[in-house]
Each structure stands twice: as C-alpha cells, then as structure tokens.
Design a protein around this ligand. Structure first.
Ligand SMILES: [Zn+2]
Length: 444
C-alpha cells in the first residue's frame, strides 16, 4: 500500500456540523493508500517508512476543492457567448454551438477543464453534460474524482432515459471508485412531468440521485407560476424528484414556500455566483438556505457563463455578493464561507463523511496552498487569506485518492500541450453557430 507523509504543514480544520474554522500549525499529515491515517504534531513520524515525503514547510493543507455543478467540456466554447441575455445565451449561442459537439470534443474538453481545475486545487466535480462516457475516460486519466450525469431533455423520450441509465450502470464506481454516476435531466422547463417521473423511477431502480437545474432565475419561477400555478421546486416535489437524493443547480428564484419543501428533502444546492452576476440572474438566497438547514456547495457552472473553472473565485464572489445582498459586512462570515467550500460541498455531492475534511479515515483528497506570496503578507489570518486573497495559482500540490496528481504546479497525469493542441485543432468547427440547428429552445 502506498504511503505519503506531508511534513510540517498548517492544517485547516472545520467541524462536520458547525461553521467554525481553525488552523493548526506544525503538523504532519499521514496518508496510507487512499485514506488519511493521521494528523499529528510534526517530528513524530519516521521518514524512512514512507514511499513519498512532501516537505510542506508551512504550506496549508486543506481538503481538495469540490466543484458541485459544472459542464466541464464546455471550456471548448469559452468566450463564444459574451454580453448577451440569458435567452440569447441559450437560443442564439449555446444550443446552436452544441449542435457541433462530437464525442472527442468532450474527451479533450474534459481534459482541458480538469487540467484547469487541478491547477486550482479542485479534486472533485459534479458534472452535467453529453457523451459522458468520454468524460469518464478523461477523469480516469486525470486521476480526479467526479459525480457524472449524462444530460438529457424531455424531447429525447424513453430512449434518452434508457441510454443515460445505461451510462449510470456502466460507469458507477469506475476509475477505482473515483467515478460515481447519477441521472441528469436538464431542467423542469425542458423536461415534462412524465419524463421527470420516469427519471425518478430509473434513479430509484439504480439507487442513485438526480442532478438537475431548477429555478435558475426569478423569471423562470414567475413563468412557471403563471403557466401552471406551481414553482419549479413544487414541480420537482410533485413529480417525486425531491424524494431521491438531488443536486439542484442554482435555485436563484426561490419562493419562501420552496424553502420549507427543500428543508425536509434529501437535497443540496449548487451555487455558482459568477454566472449569476455575468448573466444578471439575481442573487441566490444562500443565507436563507443555510438558515433552513439546506446544504449549499460551491460551483463554477460551465466556462461559457463563468469563463473559468476557478472555485476560489466562486468562494470570493459568494462571500461578497451575500454581504452586499444582506446590506451588512457582518453577514456571511469567513467561517461560514469556508464551511460551504469544504464540509457543505462534500455533503451536497453525497460524500459528507468521506470528503471535505483533513481528518483520519477520510479520503485523501488534499491540496497544499502556498501562502508565502507577497499578496498574503503579513499573514495575520490564514482563513481571511483563503476567502479573500488566495489565487488558484497559489495551489502548489494536489493529491487525489492518495495519489499526487500535481506537484509544485506541475501536472503529473495530463499533458497540457497535447490537450491544448487537440482543442485548438477544432476551433473553427466549434465556433460555427447556425441558429436553426439548435439542440433545444429556451422558453421557460
Ligand atoms: Zn448548469
């Protein structure tokens, strides 16, 4: 069994159920196989007993970041839909562009996005996209962890559901257990009630959850209320979607009654503030979710609405937008933000007792953050630095499932040059945009 000693580090500690953050200094973290074995004061372990030793020299060890909602392969369309409304974003850009998508684009796009995320300390992603067998192969190669869902629309009918279910079955537990799979219907406005019910039935049969977009804007909620007298959350409740574990992307347009429904369901919310700011979608009620005990995780969403897959940026924007929305700098404190970035993000993807903490027994998904840069000096508060002034490029080393996948900023599993060349070779084709070839129509 492999063994790794991370010597003389700081360690971020956050309790399971409480937004409190402390930083231990002078620690050793011991990893055996794919699990954390011990966190102890430095100097007690015999270096000769380990396959690998990392001299951390005061760097901070914290849990690998979790991106709870993305469309990673969309990095191949980065920069192609700028300064447009959400309607145009879907109807004139994204859905016509995606008519060009080929399975190989997903394979290389996934690798490109994973390379970007590893560089920024992200070890897990809940991804929602097409040709996910190819995405799974990229994850296997990258050495990261993923919760994958093959996105489907109601227009695909039972064929689409059966195909996705097949993917769920085939790739469940793949890559040595690093890959988990869920059902992924797109949204209540692109999937009718019968289709959603059929997805629930399939999820129950397979013993998995559902990852879906819902109430992305208050406009969607209002349109649903007008058309059917129900909020999108009520639609998910009535069709049984909320009875299986669910990962709900966005929920920006939540009504007060929605909170009570979500509070009693096995659900979690993915929060992607940069997309909301960029597409002027409004501010998600994160503090209200937390007040109702509804878990919230950090997310980037796809790179066509975010432009990066940088979770540090999501963390910072969540803190800032929530303070602004509350009209109070005393709200949404540093420990609350870090609690969401670690413990709650793990809970949202259904791994509350395995990920999101540096403690014995947990999976060894760890990052070393270098806080020696001048933008951190003097380092009076490590936790303030993490929320407000850490850059993705401060991540020095990344470990996933006990294996070092980036060391001193060098990727050990993926070849950046090859990936970029492959993606660039398809640029002209990928940028073609024929509105009549769109894969769906946005009309909530
Ligand atoms: Zn999304």
């Amino acid at each position: 069994m492999s063994s790794l000693l991370i010597r003389n580090c700081r360690v971020l500690q956050i309790p399971l159920d409480e937004p409190r953050a402390t930083v231990l200094t002078g620690q050793d973290v011991i990893v055996r196989g794919n699990r954390i074995e011990a966190v102890q004061p430095t100097g007690q372990a015999d270096i000769s007993h380990f396959h690998d030793v990392i001299e951390a020299d005061g760097m901070l060890v914290m849990p690998g970041l979790i991106n709870t909602h993305a469309h990673v392969p969309m990095v191949i369309f980065r920069g192609l839909a700028e300064d447009v409304s959400i309607e145009k974003w879907f109807n004139d850009y994204m859905w016509p562009l995606e008519s060009n998508l080929q399975p190989d684009d997903v394979y290389w796009g996934m690798q490109l996005g994973l390379a970007e995320m590893i560089h920024g300390g992200v070890t897990s992603v809940a991804d929602h996209y097409f040709y996910m067998d190819r995405a799974a192969q990229a994850v296997e190669k990258a050495g990261t962890r993923a919760l994958l869902g093959w996105a489907i629309f109601g227009s695909g009918g039972m064929d689409a559901i059966n195909q996705t279910a097949n993917f769920v079955r085939t790739y469940q537990g793949a890559a040595g257990g690093r890959i988990r799979t869920w059902m992924a219907p797109h949204a209540p406005y692109t999937c009718d009630d019968d289709f959603l019910r059929a997805c629930v039935q399939k999820a129950e049969e397979l013993g998995v959850g559902i990852h879906i977009h819902v109430s992305e804007t208050m406009g969607q909620t209002e349109a649903s209320l007008e058309k059917r007298g129900l909020t999108p959350i009520q639609v998910l409740d009535q069709t049984g979607v909320l009875d299986v574990p669910t990962l709900l992307a966005h929920v920006v347009g939540a009504m007060p009654g929605d909170m009570a429904i979500l509070a009693r369901k096995p659900t979690g919310i993915a929060h992607a503030p940069k997309t909301y700011l960029k597409l002027a979608m409004g501010t998600a009620p994160v503090r209200a979710f937390m007040g109702h005990g509804i878990p919230v995780g950090l997310a980037t969403d796809g790179a066509v609405s975010n432009n990066t897959l940088d979770i540090w940026e999501s963390l910072r924007l969540m803190a800032l937008t929530q303070k602004q929305e509350a009209g109070s700098p005393e709200m949404m404190t540093i420990p609350q933000n870090l609690f969401i970035a670690t413990r709650m993000s793990a809970r949202v993807i259904g791994q509350a007792h395995e990920l999101g903490s540096v403690e014995p027994g947990y999976l060894a998904d760890l990052i070393l953050v270098d806080l020696s840069g001048v933008h951190h000096q003097p380092l009076h508060s490590v936790t303030a630095s993490l929320v407000f002034n850490t850059a993705a490029s401060d991540v020095n080393t990344v470990i996933c499932d006990g294996r070092i996948i980036m060391q001193e900023r060098k990727l050990l599993t993926l070849h950046e040059g090859d990936i970029v060349a492959q993606v660039n070779a398809g640029m002209e084709r990928l940028a073609q945009r024929v509105p009549s070839r769109r894969i769906q129509v946005y009309n909530p």
